[in-house]
Design a binder for this molecule. Structure first.
Ligand SMILES: [Zn+2]
Length: 224
C-alpha cells in the first residue's frame, strides 16, 4: 500500500509549461474570512514560492472543508478540489485564498530535509491544495487527480522557483497522513510532468494572444 509520508517529487528545470489556464472561481463569500486566516508572505510572492503541498480534507464536502476557515482557530488553503458527488466536480476547482497571501495549511514548526532545505514556516513559501475526500475507503476520482495535477502545472508555469510537490503527510508525519494511500501519487506525478492535461477551452483558444495585440485601442483618448 502506498505510504503518503513518501509522497514527493521535484520539478525538473526543463519542461516547465509556458502557460496553463486554470478555471477557478472564488468560493462564494470566502473573501470575508481572509483577514482572519491568512498572513502576508515573508518572501517575494512570486520568486519566493518553492513548494506546493497536497492535502485531503478528511470530510465529504467542499462546504465542510471551507468551514475550517471560519473556526476560532482557522486553517486555510489556496484551492479546493470538489468531490465526485458535488455539481462542480468535472468542471472547476474553487479558489479560496489569494496566491499572494500565505494560507495556513502546514504547522510552522515542521520541515523536511528534502523540501526547501529543511526550512520551517512552510506556509510562507508554499501553496496549498485541498482535495475533498473522507480518507476512509473513499477513492479519489480520476478528475480529482487530473484537476490537482492541473493546478500544480498552473503553479509550475507561474512560479519560476517552484521546485517541490509534496504531501502534507511527508511534512508532518507524526500528525498527518493526507492525502492518504488512496491518492494515486504516481498517476498524479505523471500528469504533472507530462502535461497531457494542458488543453484550454475553446473560448480561451479563440482569444488573440497578448503578444500579438497591436497597441491601437488608446488612440485619441485618455492622454495628458
Ligand atoms: Zn493536510
Amino acid at each position: 500500500m502506498a505510504n503518503p509520508t513518501q509522497y514527493q517529487f521535484d520539478l525538473p528545470k526543463k519542461g516547465r509549461p509556458s502557460e496553463v489556464i486554470l478555471n477557478e472561481p472564488w468560493y462564494p463569500g470566502i473573501q470575508k474570512y481572509w483577514s482572519s486566516c491568512t498572513t502576508k508572505r515573508s518572501v517575494d510572492p512570486i520568486l519566493g514560492i518553492k513548494a506546493v503541498v497536497i492535502h485531503a480534507t478528511a470530510g465529504s464536502s467542499s462546504e465542510g472543508a471551507i468551514s475550517v476557515m471560519k473556526q476560532p482557530e482557522p486553517a486555510s488553503f489556496h484551492w479546493l478540489v470538489p468531490d465526485e458527488n458535488e455539481p462542480q466536480h468535472g468542471y472547476f476547482v474553487w479558489a479560496c485564498v489569494p496566491e499572494a497571501l500565505a494560507a495556513w495549511h502546514v504547522r510552522n514548526s515542521v520541515s523536511h530535509k528534502d523540501v526547501n532545505e529543511n526550512a520551517k514556516k512552510v506556509n510562507h513559501w508554499s501553496l496549498g491544495i485541498e482535495v475533498v475526500n473522507t480518507q476512509i475507503s473513499d477513492p479519489f476520482s480520476t478528475w480529482q487527480i487530473e484537476a490537482t495535477a492541473r493546478i500544480v502545472r498552473y503553479c509550475w508555469a507561474k512560479y519560476p522557483n517552484l521546485a517541490h510537490v509534496v504531501s502534507h503527510a511527508r511534512l508532518d508525519p507524526d500528525r498527518r497522513a493526507d492525502p492518504g494511500s488512496n491518492f494515486d501519487w504516481n498517476k498524479f506525478k505523471e500528469l504533472v510532468l507530462n502535461g497531457e492535461n494542458d488543453s484550454v477551452s475553446d473560448l480561451v483558444a479563440l482569444a488573440t494572444p497578448a503578444t500579438k495585440i497591436k497597441n491601437s485601442a488608446a488612440q485619441g483618448c485618455c492622454s495628458g
